[in-house]
Design a protein around this ligand. Structure first.
Ligand code: AVI
Length: 349
């Protein structure tokens, strides 16, 4: 449980510019003292990292974005029928990109759109754009960390709510975090549903290149986290002293992104030093892949049940319309029911 608390803290801390830097440093240092060493994937997303992520979404090897988009384009009328008319759409992580635009256009007279994101300026700018494109929809951006409790504007108190959570963002949380997050979102939409996209298990020969592309964009994205840390917290990581690695961990059912130390080195983190051995990995991201059954367990533990499932022909990605169950099917804190190893693969733990 402690590791769950810690890693949700990571998401929260790194996104908050007003957090005092010492607390942020302490949180980074805590991750660097784990075995294996870890940093939060939030460190990917500075200005450059966000551009690199956009590039990743266009890569031939990164099937995730285009597969989900194709499912949405094919089945949007059915999805819109599930969401029904006059809905208030809440989007954690506020992708104000193509998927959001397509969904809002497919819906019958949506009453409001509530994007939720910690990047406040970016959020306001995107909201202004959306308002001018869709003057009939009330856009209420909420500047908040969606992994923490947040309020939907009071004006939307009585609207039927639908959560839109695409992109397999849920895969970047371990199973216990995912249950906690989905349970929190369930309370946000009492009686409403959630349209969620998640990536599915597939051969390692497809998964690994998706996270280790030939053009080296994902490698640059991964290494950029170190530049971001240096700039934001004054650490002295030498990005040239690390190499990118993506591995498929079949036991935990996830792709892991590592930054592997090329040689023995010491890195200054605040007033402390962190020692890296040659070939020692620093884990920068987990991207969990689900089967329909394993996702049903996670969703069920959070009090959701799939009412409709859409997948592509290869079964690589799934979009589901979830509705709340009366009671969560399992206890979120019971590791036996979830069967979710959270430690690294043999050799890295
Ligand atoms: C944002 N998230 C769903 C991406 C993923 O596939 O886990 C992040 C990413 N990491 C490397 N490539 C893409």
């Amino acid at each position: 449980m402690a590791s769950v608390e810690r890693s949700i803290d990571w998401f929260r801390d790194a996104g908050r510019p007003h957090r005092d830097d010492r607390a942020l440093l302490a949180s980074v240092l805590e991750g660097l003292r784990q075995h294996p060493k870890r940093i939060s994937p939030v460190w990917f997303y500075d200005e450059r990292g966000s551009c690199l992520f956009d590039e990743i979404c266009e890569l031939p090897e990164y099937y995730v974005t285009r597969t989900e988009l194709a499912i949405l384009q094919r089945h949007l009328p059915e999805m819109a029928a599930r969401i029904r008319s006059h809905a208030c759409v809440i989007e954690p992580g506020s992708g104000t990109g193509l998927k959001t635009k397509l969904l809002l256009e497919a819906l019958d007279r949506p009453s409001a759109y509530v994007p939720v994101d910690v990047a406040c300026e970016h959020l306001e700018a995107a909201a202004a754009r959306l308002r001018s494109e869709h003057p009939h929809i009330c856009v209420h951006p909420v500047c908040a960390d969606f992994t923490m409790p947040f309020e939907v504007p009071d004006t939307e108190r009585f609207a039927r709510r639908a959560i839109f959570f695409p992109g397999s963002t849920i895969g970047n949380f371990d199973r216990h975090e995912a249950v906690r997050l989905l349970a929190r979102l369930r309370h946000l939409a009492p009686g409403g549903g959630m349209l969620i996209g998640f990536d599915m298990v597939k051969p390692a020969g497809v998964l690994v290149p998706a996270y280790d592309d030939a053009a080296g964009v994902t490698a640059a994205f991964n290494l950029n986290a170190l530049e971001h840390l240096n700039r934001r917290l004054g650490t002295d990581f030498d990005p040239a002293g690390f190499r990118h690695r993506a591995v498929w961990n079949p036991i935990a059912s996830r792709v892991e992104m590592h930054l592997v130390s090329r040689h023995r080195q010491l890195v200054r983190v605040g007033d402390d030093f962190v020692r890296f051995a040659t070939d020692e990995p620093l884990v920068s991201e987990y991207s969990h892949k689900y089967s329909l059954e394993s996702f049903a367990l996670v969703a069920g533990a959070a009090g959701w049940r799939a009412q409709q499932t859409w997948t592509d022909r290869r079964g690589w990605f799934s979009v589901q319309w979830l509705m709340p169950t009366v009671e969560p099917v399992t206890s979120a804190s019971d590791p036996r029911t979830l069967r979710s190893p959270t430690s690294g693969p043999p050799g890295t733990a």
